[in-house]
Design a binder for this molecule. Structure first.
Ligand SMILES: Cc1cc2nc3c(=O)[nH]c(=O)nc-3n(C[C@H](O)[C@H](O)[C@H](O)COP(=O)(O)O)c2cc1C
Length: 185
């Protein structure tokens, strides 16, 4: 069976990010028929349409990684009931220039962690709306929203909660089978 290449990134730049922690958990829970590369959105500047024909190096690198991935995994917090600016900004860059939308046709899975009780649900539904326009194909289930994440990590910030790790693994399995279906892989 062909290995599915997944590109994962977090919608948080924070060093101790809980969303980076669930991405690390995803790498540990990854099924054997897939690989996961984690990209850090650090260094992607605010979007400027003047640069569509001369994109910053970090953006070019990001676009190239998206292109060579079979599927995308996003782990994002919710900021003020919506998508964090750094994440939306990165999505906007990679959707440009016209005719070179790197997201086009990509299968995608979303998960999120929050210190609140809804686990970032509202940001996930806003993200799903964005997927319509950039033409990404999201996995519907399971929905992975990790509430009160601060109670689910060890002293190094790694996810110890078994239920969370299990959900993350289920999401990966779902993303892999969805990708195989969509791409005939
Ligand atoms: C600007 C800002 C807005 C936030 N808004 C929300 C929110 O709407 N809902 C929520 O559950 N948590 C909110 N939080 C708290 C985040 O859940 C918490 O900071 C979380 O740790 C961020 O994810 P990270 O650990 O991956 O950086 C907000 C945090 C910040 C900094």
């Amino acid at each position: 069976m062909v290995t599915i290449k997944i590109l994962g990134f977090a919608g948080s730049l924070r060093r101790g990010s809980f969303n980076k922690a669930i991405l690390r958990a995803a790498r540990e829970e990854l099924p054997a028929d897939a690989e996961l590369e984690i990209f850090d959105l650090e260094g992607i500047p605010p979007y400027n349409q003047d640069l569509d024909d001369n994109m910053p190096g970090r953006v070019k690198e990001f676009k190239q990684k998206i292109r060579s991935a079979d599927a995308i995994l996003i782990a994002s917090p919710e900021y003020n009931y919506s998508i964090p600016g750094v994440l939306k900004n990165a999505i906007d860059w990679a959707s440009r220039p016209p005719g070179d939308n790197s997201w086009d046709g990509k299968p995608v899975a979303v998960m999120g962690a929050s210190i609140g009780m809804l686990g970032g649900a509202r940001a996930q539904y806003h993200l799903r709306q964005v997927f319509v326009y950039v033409n990404m194909f999201p996995v519907n289930r399971p929905e992975v929203m990790v509430p009160f994440v601060q109670d689910k990590v060890d002293e190094n910030g790694n996810i110890t909660d078994e239920k969370t790790r299990h959900k993350v693994r289920e999401l990966l399995e779902s993303l892999i089978s969805w990708t195989r279906r969509l791409k005939g892989m």
